[in-house]
Write a protein that binds this ligand. Sequence first.
Ligand SMILES: Cc1cc2nc3c(=O)[nH]c(=O)nc-3n(C[C@H](O)[C@H](O)[C@H](O)COP(=O)(O)OP(=O)(O)OC[C@H]3O[C@@H](n4cnc5c(N)ncnc54)[C@H](O)[C@@H]3O)c2cc1C
Length: 465
Amino acid sequence: MNATSSARYDAIIVGAGPAGIFSALELADSGLHVLLLEKGRDLEERVCPIIAGRADRCVSCRPCSMVSGFGGAGAYSDGKLTLTSDVGGLLGTVLDVERLHELIAYVDSIYVRFGAPDRLFGEGAAVGSLVNRAMLAGLRLVPVRIRHLGCEYCRCVLESMRTHLSSRVDIRTGTAVTGIEVDGTRVAGVRLASGETLECRFLICAPGREGAEWLTCLARSQGLSVETNPVDVGVRVEVPAPVTDELCRVLYEAKLEYYSSTFDDRVRTFCMCPNGDVVMEATGGDDPVVTVNGVGYANRVTSNTNFAVLVSTSFTEPFHEPIAYGKYLARLANLLSGGVLVQRLGDLMEGRRSTDARLSRSLVRPSLAAATPGDLSFVLPYRYLTDIVEMLKALDRLAPGVASPHTLLYGVEVKFYSGRLDLSSCLETGIENMFAVGDGAGVSRGLVQASVSGIVAAREVLARA
Ligand SMILES: Cc1cc2nc3c(=O)[nH]c(=O)nc-3n(C[C@H](O)[C@H](O)[C@H](O)COP(=O)(O)OP(=O)(O)OC[C@H]3O[C@@H](n4cnc5c(N)ncnc54)[C@H](O)[C@@H]3O)c2cc1C
């Protein structure tokens, strides 16, 4: 071990998103000496200049407070807890399904214990009727029980967790991990950007999508095998709230899937934010790109609803760079707009760019005022645009108004699921006592499964300690 070592821990957790936080919560009362390292800011210091009204476009803060800091990407999120194994991650391929369901219920109970509201969506007879109507429209509706926190409760829940952890676990924010130390076949510690080295017996890496590229590079440099995950590329769609009112009242978020007739591609809706706002984020580690996302609130109501329409693409040999591909497309949008592009669906269909004048005539007022009117066909390949337009037309049969010429499309939305590390059923990597969890490891795609994965690794640490 390096001579600059300054401390020794039983367990170090890298990343204070839901995966890292739930690992920490599980280890908190074990008597183990645990350190939680986070490269972003602490919760109360996390402020997006656009949301705070200090900037009218993304200034690419490093790290971006939307996706980095205590709470991870979840801190500013809509806080939709999807209580199912069907969506939100791939843990069903690693864990026994019954165990996964138990862990999802356990995670949900912890969110409630720390202040999540009682109300559940996606239950009752109305769900079955929507599933049937979706089928008639050529769509598969995946019924999902959802607990909705809203941005405000997300922050409150995280504040309670932060307070609970602060007396039980060492927490260092503003501290980026750059590398790991390995002793033979076993993990021995981490290296920090400051040059400091910290020793540990167990390491749980939970760097999220923000640190996915870092983790993939680290894994490759250690000779660990990494499977190429699909890349999800698309747009954020914004419609007047009444258009999706029925879907949102019953389901809160409609998880819809469609196979395009032109390309037979899988297209899906993602992260529906009823009466919410479209937001920007700068993501992608040291080489960030500006992409689009959505948030919803518990108490604030806007007049629009937004959701993503994403096309999943699995690439074939010799391609192994889904993140680079997604970033390339996002960078094109950044180049043309200085951040995020917005276009009316009617303008896209007519082959013309949107302009301020055209937007001002639109029935939908853009909630993301910082988006630049433009033409998405200069950014997204024909295949993606065709898939997206087909999906919107199918969706229009279920929720009339979705394919209106006034509908706004923001681009681009990219989900960097990164490479998926080869992990055991307790989420251990090929390096002994080093675990990889959450979105960054490619095993989750949402708050609940990220949290579950953190617990799985922590319980294995407890069993071995
Ligand atoms: C705007 C928005 C809305 C969302 N809405 C929802 C929703 O409603 N429902 C849902 O289920 N999901 C939602 N998501 C997704 C959800 O937030 C993520 O799936 C979840 O946070 C993943 O958890 P994680 O712990 O794996 O990673 P993250 O939450 O991304 O946390 C990883 C943390 O690790 C830190 N980190 C990275 N690299 C390093 C390093 N080298 N050293 C130290 N620290 C590092 C990062 O700064 C980050 O804080 C949303 C995401 C966003 C951005």
